[in-house]
Design a protein around this ligand. Structure first.
Ligand SMILES: Cc1cc2nc3c(=O)[nH]c(=O)nc-3n(C[C@H](O)[C@H](O)[C@H](O)COP(=O)(O)OP(=O)(O)OC[C@H]3O[C@@H](n4cnc5c(N)ncnc54)[C@H](O)[C@@H]3O)c2cc1C
Length: 497
C-alpha cells in the first residue's frame, strides 16, 4: 500500500506546518516519523538538555497528531535505514519535510534522504518554515522575499490525518532510554506546541509591555522577554505565527496607543518584531556557509587575531569562576536554567574572545551546549559578531564592570547566583577584590579562598583585545574580504545585533 511520510525534524507542531498539510492532501495514507540519529549524541554542539527537550516536544506532537487521527513513529537510528524499512512494509510514494538550515552534518543527512528518495522512486519535498530563502541569489532582494514569506497566511491545520489501518504510534522514550543522561534545568519550560502558544499569549497579553525596558536586564528579562526561543528552535511555533499574533496586537494598540492600557506596547512590539526579522537574517548566513562552527566568515581576520587556548582561563570562564561576580552570576544562571537574555549572552562571548583571548570555536561550543534554544544559524552568527571575526560589525567588547553596575546595581542577581558573596554589600559587590582583609573577614568572603581573585585585570586585558582587533581589522587582505562578507551577509537596512 503506497504511503506518504511526513519526516518531522525541527518542526514539531501540527499548526502552520506546510509539510503535514500537503501530505494530508496526497491520495495516500500518512505516516508521521520522528527520528533521532545516534551520531547526534556525539556531536560537540548537542547536549543532553537538547535531546530531552526534543523528546518532550515530540511527545506533545504525538498527542496532537493522535487527536487528528495521525500516528507518530519514533526511531533512534539512521533515518535512511528507517525509510528503507518503512518502504519494505508500505512502499513510500512521497516524503514531506521542512527546509532545515543547519551545519554540515544536517545538510549531509538531508542530502542522503534526497538520494534515497531518488533511488527508490519516492518524491521528496521540503517546505520553508521561516524567512530563510534557499538558493538566494543576492542579499539585496532578501528582505522583500523574507517579508512576503513571513507575512503570508498561516497554513491551516489538517482536519484529520488518515493513517494506515495497521499502524500504531510509538511511545516516545525518555532520554535515558536512548543513552542520554538527563540534566535537570531550573525553570524548565513546558514542552510542545500548546505550551508555545500559551507562552506567546502570556507575552502579548501582559509580559511584553515591559519588553523594551526590561530586555537588557538578566533579572527583568526573564519575564519581559518572550521566552519563545526554545519553542522556535524545535519548531513548536513558527516566526509567521508569532508575527501574525504580534501584528494583531499592534493593530489593537494603534487604536489608542496613549491609553493607560496600551502604554509601553508600541515600542515593545516594534523592538520585538525587529528581533523576529533578525532571527531569519542570521539563519540566512548559515544557509550560505555551513561551516560557521569551525571557520569564521572572515577567515583572514580570524587568522590575524591568533587567539590561543588556555585551559585555566577556559575552565574559569566556562564554570563561572572568573572572579568577576556579575560575569560568574550570568554563566552560572545560564548553566542552571538554559537561558539568559541577549545582552548577557553577548557579554559572555565577548569576554571569552576579547578579554580572555580564547578561540571562539571552543567557547561558542560551550555556550551552544548550555542554551536550551540552541539555533545554529543565530548562534554561530552571534558568536562571530561578538568575537569580532566578521569584519563588517563594529568592535564591541563588553565591560563586565559596566554591565554589572548598569544591570545589577544592588547586586541582587549576583547574590542569587554567587552565594559566596551573599554578605558582601552593594559597595563592593561588583569588585569584591577591592575589599581590605578586614572587610573580607567582616563580610565572610576571603578573596582567593572563598571566591576567586579576578583571572586577569579586566580593563587592561579587554583594551589589549580591542587594540589587537582594530589592528587586524585594518590589514588589506581583511578589508578586501570584508567587502565580500558584506555583499553576501550584510544587512541592507542597517547594521544590527
Ligand atoms: C553569543 C550569542 C548566542 C546566541 N545564541 C542563540 C541561539 O542559539 N538560539 C537563539 O534562539 N538565539 C540565540 N541568541 C540570540 C538571543 O540572545 C536569543 O534569541 C534570545 O535571548 C532568546 O530569548 P527570547 O526568546 O525571550 O527572545 P526575545 O527577545 O523575546 O526575541 C524573540 C525571538 O527573536 C529572535 N531573536 C531575538 N534576539 C535575536 C538576535 N539578537 N539575533 C537573532 N534572533 C534574535 C529569537 O528567535 C527569539 O526567540 C544568541 C545571542 C548571542 C549574543
Amino acid at each position: 500500500m503506497p504511503v506518504s511520510v511526513v519526516w518531522f525534524k525541527r518542526d514539531l507542531r501540527v499548526s502552520d506546518n506546510h509539510a503535514l498539510t500537503e501530505a494530508c492532501k496526497s491520495p495516500h495514507p500518512v505516516i508521521c516519523l520522528f527520528n533521532i540519529e545516534p551520531e547526534r549524541l556525539n556531536r560537540k554542539d548537542v547536549s543532553e538538555i537538547h535531546i530531552q527537550w526534543e523528546l518532550d516536544c515530540a511527545r506533545a506532537l504525538g498527542k496532537s497528531l493522535e487527536h487528528l487521527g495521525g500516528k507518530l513513529l519514533f526511531n533512534f537510528g539512521n533515518v535512511v535505514n528507517t525509510l528503507s524499512e518503512l518502504h519494505e512494509e508500505y512502499e513510500i510514494a512521497s516524503v514531506f519535510s521542512h527546509e532545515e538550515t543547519g551545519l554540515n552534518w544536517s545538510w549531509g543527512r538531508d542530502k542522503s534522504v534526497t538520494k534515497w528518495c531518488k533511488e527508490n522512486g519516492a518524491s521528496f519535498t521540503e517546505y520553508p518554515s521561516n524567512g530563510v530563502i534557499r538558493g538566494l541569489q543576492s542579499r539585496d532582494n532578501w528582505k522583500g522575499q523574507r517579508d512576503a514569506r513571513v507575512e503570508s497566511e498561516l497554513i491551516s491545520t489538517p482536519v484529520s490525518i488518515q493513517s494506515p489501518d495497521d499502524l500504531k504510534s510509538d511511545r516516545i522514550p525518555d532520554a535515558k532510554e536512548i543513552g542520554v543522561k538527563p540534566r535537570e534545568l531550573l525553570e524548565r519550560p513546558i514542552a510542545g506546541e500548546k505550551a508555545a502558544i500559551s507562552v506567546l499569549f502570556s507575552f502579548l497579553d501582559e509580559r511584553g509591555r515591559k519588553y523594551r525596558s526590561g530586555m537588557s536586564s538578566p533579572i527583568l528579562g526573564r519575564q519581559a522577554c518572550s521566552r519563545l526561543s526554545p519553542y522556535i528552535s524545535t519548531g513548536c511555533i513558527t516566526i509567521r505565527q508569532i508575527l501574525h499574533y504580534s501584528r494583531r496586537k499592534q493593530k489593537q494598540v494603534r487604536v489608542n496607543p496613549r491609553s493607560a492600557e496600551n502604554r509601553g506596547w508600541t515600542s515593545s512590539l516594534s523592538s520585538f518584531q525587529s528581533r523576529l526579522a533578525w532571527h531569519c537574517h542570521f539563519i540566512q548566513r548559515l544557509e550560505f556557509e555551513t561551516t560557521m562552527d569551525e571557520i569564521a566568515i572572515n577567515p583572514e581576520l580570524d587568522g590575524h587575531l591568533e587567539r590561543s587556548h588556555d585551559e585555566g582561563r577556559y575552565q574559569a570562564w566556562a564554570n563561572g569562576q572568573t572572579g568577576w561576580p556579575f560575569f560568574d552570576a550570568c554563566m552560572r544562571s545560564l548553566t542552571a536554567t538554559g537561558w539568559i537574555n541577549f545582552r548577557m549572552r553577548a557579554m559572555l562571548q565577548s569576554v571569552a574572545s576579547y578579554t580572555l583571548w580564547l578561540p571562539w570555536q571552543d567557547t561558542g561550543m560551550h555556550l551552544a551546549r548550555l542554551f536550551l534554544d540552541y539555533e545554529p544559524g543565530i548562534h554561530w552568527s552571534q558568536v562571530h559578531m561578538q568575537s569580532g571575526v566578521t569584519g563588517i560589525n563594529s568592535v564591541r567588547a563588553y565591560s563586565v564592570r559596566k554591565q554589572s553596575e548598569d544591570q545589577d546595581p544592588e547586586g541582587n542577581f549576583i547574590r542569587e547566583w554567587v552565594p559566596e558573596l551573599t554578605s558582601v554589600p552593594a559597595e563592593f559587590i561588583h569588585e569584591p577584590w577591592l575589599m581590605t582583609q578586614e572587610q573580607q573577614e567582616l563580610y565572610a568572603c576571603e578573596i582567593g579562598t572563598d571566591y576567586p581573585s579576578p583571572i586577569v585585570d579586566e580593563k587592561t586585558s579587554r583594551k589589549e583585545g580591542v587594540s589587537k582587533s582594530y589592528s587586524a581589522k585594518s590589514k588589506p587582505d581583511v578589508k578586501k574580504r570584508s567587502i565580500l562578507v558584506y555583499e553576501v551577509h550584510g544587512s541592507r537596512k542597517r547594521r544590527n545585533g
